[in-house]
Design a protein around this ligand. Structure first.
Ligand SMILES: Cc1cc2nc3c(=O)[nH]c(=O)nc-3n(C[C@H](O)[C@H](O)[C@H](O)COP(=O)(O)OP(=O)(O)OC[C@H]3O[C@@H](n4cnc5c(N)ncnc54)[C@H](O)[C@@H]3O)c2cc1C
Length: 475
C-alpha cells in the first residue's frame, strides 16, 4: 500500500501500538491523524481534568511523532465525515485504527466503515487495548463470563499457553510523509488547552513509561499490602494512561513479568499477582460492556431497574461537595474535585455511601465520576458503580453495605488522608477523626458539618428498598 492513515483514538503512543506499526510495515507512507470530535469536548460526561490530560497527551504525541519524522494532523468534526475527506485529499487507500469495545464507539466505527467503504477506502481495526477480546474468553458453554473470578482464571490459563504479545517500535519513515495538502483547518490544541486548568498529572507516553518504571522497581512488591490505604502512594496511577493509551497493556505486562522474575520472596511474587488481577478487572469490564451493552443504560440485573431510589437533590449536592459529615467520604470527594483522581478503596466507599446510605441512584454517581475523573472510562466506571450498588455482575450482593466509619478507621487508621483533605478536622485526636460527632469539647472541628444521615438507619432503609424488589421478582 502506498498511503495509510493511522487514526489515533485511545492509543496516543508510538511504541507498542499495533495498528500504527502495522501501518508502518505495510504502507510506504503513514499519515497520523487525530479527530477532535465535539463529544470529546462538550456533553454531559465530559470532564475538564480528562480533557486537559487528553490535550496534553496529544501534544506529547505530536512531539514524539515529529522526532520520528511524522507529522500529526489534528482535525475537528465527525469522524465519518472527516476521514473520507482526508483520504481523498491526501490520497490514502486505507485507514488503520486500534479497536474500541464500548457500544457507542463500535457504532461510530460502523458509520466510519460505511463512509469509507462508499468512498472505496479500506478500514482495518486491530486488537491492541486488551490481551483478550470479548469473544476470546468464554465459559465452557460458549457464553461470556459474568463473574470475575472464573473469568480471571480462564484469562490466565489462556495467557500461559499463548506467546507473549510483541512490543513494537515505530521506525523512521523512508521519505517525507506528506507531499499533499489537506484543506481542512487544523485544530489549535494549545488554544483549547488555555481555557482549562493544567493537566492534574504528567501526561504523554514518556510520563507513562516513567511512572511504570518507578512502580515496577519497588512499589509493585508492596502493592498487595499497600493498595487499600489511600494515604500511601501504593498503586501504579496508570489508569489515565491506560485510558488514553499513552501506555500499552503489553508494555505493562512485560514490565510486570520482569518484576516477578526479579522478586525475592513469595510475598513479592504474590504482590505481582495481585497487580495482574487488577489489570484483568479492566478487561473483565470491557468485555461486559461489549457483551451486555444494556449496562450502559441500566442495571446489569434488570430487576434492579425497579429500585425506588430516594434521589434527594440536597443529599446529592452534599455528597458531591464533600459535606456529608462522614470524614472519609468527604475527604475522598474533595480529593476527587481538586485532583481528578480518587483511590480505588475510596471509590468503593463513596459509591456505597451514595447508593446505600443516601439511597441515590448509582447512575447519578456514575455520571458525576465521569465529569470529574481524569481516568473516567465507561466500562470500568460502570462496572465499579454497579458492583458497589449491588446491581452488577459480581459478588457485591446488595446486603453488603460498607460502614463509612469503620472503613475509614480500617483504611486510614491515623486519619492522615482525612486530615489532608479536611483541614477543619486536622486537630482532632486519632480516635475521633472518623467520628467527629464524638470529639471532646475544645478539640476543634466545629466548622465541619454534622452527619446528613445516620448510617444505622439508612442501612435498614436500603435493605428494605432492595427487599421490596426481591419480593416482586419471580424465582
Ligand atoms: C465506583 C468506581 C468507579 C471507577 N471508575 C473507574 C474509571 O472511570 N476508570 C478507571 O480506569 N477505573 C475506575 N475504577 C477502578 C479503579 O478504581 C481505578 O482503576 C484505580 O483506582 C486507578 O488507580 P491506579 O491506576 O493506581 O490503579 P492500580 O491499583 O495501580 O491498578 C492498575 C490498573 O488496573 C486497572 N484496574 C484496577 N482496578 C480496577 C477495577 N476495579 N476495575 C477496572 N479496572 C481496574 C486500572 O486500569 C488500573 O490503572 C472505578 C472503581 C470504582 C469502585
Amino acid at each position: 500500500m502506498k498511503r495509510v492513515i493511522h487514526w489515533f483514538r485511545r492509543d496516543l503512543r508510538v511504541t507498542d501500538n499495533t495498528a500504527l506499526s502495522e501501518a508502518a510495515r505495510r504502507a510506504e507512507h503513514v499519515l497520523p491523524v487525530f479527530i477532535l470530535e465535539d463529544a470529546l469536548r462538550t456533553g454531559p460526561d465530559v470532564g475538564a481534568a480528562r480533557l486537559a490530560f487528553l490535550l496534553n497527551s496529544l501534544e506529547a504525541l505530536r512531539k514524539n511523532l515529529t522526532e520520528l519524522g511524522y507529522q500529526l494532523l489534528v482535525h475537528r468534526g465527525k469522524s465519518p465525515e472527516v476521514l473520507p475527506k482526508l483520504c481523498a485529499d491526501l490520497g490514502a487507500e486505507a485507514v488503520f485504527a486500534n479497536k474500541r469495545y464500548e457500544p457507542y464507539a463500535e457504532a461510530r466505527d460502523q458509520r466510519v466503515f460505511n463512509a469509507l467503504n462508499a468512498a472505496g477506502v479500506g478500514f482495518e481495526l486491530f486488537k491492541d487495548a486488551v490481551v483478550w477480546e470479548e469473544q476470546e474468553i468464554l465459559t465452557q458453554a460458549g457464553k461470556p463470563f459474568t463473574v470475575y473470578t472464573p473469568y480471571a482464571k480462564a484469562w490466565k490459563l489462556k495467557a500461559a499457553s499463548a506467546p507473549r504479545g510483541r512490543l513494537r517500535m515505530l521506525a523512521h519513515p523512508q521519505g517525507s510523509t506528506f507531499d499533499r495538502q489537506c484543506d481542512l483547518p487544523p485544530v489549535d490544541l494549545a488554544g483549547i488547552a488555555q481555557g482549562l486548568k493544567p493537566s492534574p498529572a504528567p501526561a504523554g507516553e514518556r510520563a507513562a513509561l516513567e511512572r511504570l518504571r518507578k512502580f515496577m522497581c519497588g512499589p509493585v512488591y508492596e502493592y498487595g499490602a499497600h493498595r487499600n490505604f489511600p494515604a500511601v502512594d501504593g498503586t501504579s496511577l496508570l489508569s489515565p494512561h491506560l485510558r488514553c493509551g499513552t501506555i500499552g497493556i503489553r508494555t505493562i505486562l512485560a514490565a510486570l513479568a520482569k518484576a516477578r522474575e526479579a522478586a525475592v520472596t513469595p510475598a513479592q511474587r504474590q504482590s505481582c499477582e495481585v497487580y495482574l488481577n487488577e489489570l484483568i478487572w479492566r478487561e473483565f469490564y470491557l468485555q461486559i460492556v461489549h457483551n451486555f451493552p444494556r449496562v450502559t443504560k441500566g442495571a446489569f440485573r434488570p430487576e434492579y431497574d425497579e429500585l425506588q431510589w430516594s434521589d434527594n437533590q440536597h443529599h446529592f449536592e452534599a455528597w458531591c461537595a464533600g459535606m456529608t459529615g462522614y470524614p472519609i467520604v468527604d475527604a475522598a470527594m474533595r480529593c476527587l474535585n481538586a485532583t481528578g483522581n480518587m483511590h480505588n478503596r475510596l471509590r468503593m466507599i463513596v459509591a456505597m455511601f451514595l447508593t446505600k446510605d443516601l439511597l441515590i441512584n448509582w447512575q447519578w454517581g456514575e455520571r458525576y465520576f465521569m465529569q470529574q475523573l481524569m481516568d473516567g472510562d465507561l466500562a470500568a466506571n460502570n462496572g465499579g458503580w454497579q458492583w458497589s450498588a449491588g446491581t452488577g455482575t459480581d459478588a457485591a450482593p446488595y446486603f453488603r453495605i460498607f460502614n463509612p466509619v469503620s472503613q475509614g478507621e480500617k483504611f486510614d487508621p491515623q486519619g492522615e488522608f482525612v486530615r489532608r483533605w479536611i483541614p477543619e478536622l486536622a486537630s482532632l485526636p486519632d480516635q475521633c477523626v472518623h467520628r467527629p460527632w464524638e470529639r471532646p469539647l475544645g478539640t476543634g472541628g466545629s466548622s465541619y458539618p454534622p452527619r446528613i444521615v445516620r448510617h444505622e438507619e439508612q442501612r435498614l432503609k436500603c435493605l428494605a428498598m432492595f427487599g421490596a424488589v426481591k419480593k416482586t421478582v419471580r424465582p
